[in-house]
Design a protein around this ligand. Sequence first.
Ligand code: 3HC
Length: 285
Amino acid sequence: MKQKVGVLGCGLMGAGIVEVCIKSGHPTVVREVNQQFLDRGLKRIDDSMDRAMQKGKLTQAERDAARGRLSATTDFEPLAECDIIVEAITEDRVAKADLWKQVAKVARPGSLRATNTSSIPLSSLAPHSGDPTRFIGLHFMNPVPVMKLVEIVRGIESTDAAIAEGQAFVEGLGKTTILAKDTPGFVINVLLVPYLCEAVRLLEHGVATKEDIDKGMKLGCGMPMGPIELLDFVGVDTTLAIADVLFDEFGDAKYAAPPLLRRMVESGFMGKKCGRGFYDYGGGK
Ligand code: 3HC
């Protein structure tokens, strides 16, 4: 019997996590703050599975079975039945901590609790989770259905058993893991985000066009996407939030967000998910 999974948040990352869980046979409940966000997230999941079907990677029967494992809610109570709870809401320390306080009231004793944070120290969330010994980081990569890696983060109080359960769970989703300590940005984003910010600085200083920066890294270094394209893909706001955490924590200028990145977020240009970032995807904000 597969564990029952609860996913908090059905945005870009939450929807991807839900999709891989239900495709791997886990009964899953996804929680969002309101019906509108829930509907948008469910559409994202449906569209992604439809694309997989069109590409012959999923049969209609597999799709229907996966969809049948999914329930959606705006309440906290259904999380009481979950063996594993994965939080994937916006990269905001206060919002995440507040959410975990709510979850702690209903979570079953012994359930595994994980945050998909990309940079926020676990120690600022774990005390609110109800059981810091069962609290770990499971950092999925975007797009979740495609990327093979999940970074597992060990909090100060996470037990070996919790880490092993997290590892077995994500390996069951077809992913490979790396293990990181609870330091800001862990492994992936402490490397990736300064690289993305450096690309914005090149653009800001007029060193090259965004197209040439992207072309340079794709054709010159074999990256699947150039940094500006990747920034739009990951989310301009998400990248800024991570850069701010790194700068706050390390106090090192190399992590400082370039002003242009902040201006983009202030202007509402969050990237591909909202139709416009550094590139225009033909959408509004
Ligand atoms: N959902 C599901 N499947 C998707 C998808 C999505 N959103 N986007 C692409 N795919 C699948 C396609 O169906 C296709 O599958 P197939 O080869 O079996 O037919 C495959 O991925 C390749 O897609 P495409 O041919 O359409 O496009 P590309 O070859 O350009 O690949 C990409 C798209 C996989 C996104 C590739 O460009 C890539 O690897 N980009 C880099 C992504 C990356 O670096 N992600 C990590 C970001 S860091 C992060 O997430 C951490 C966070 O904390 C910031």
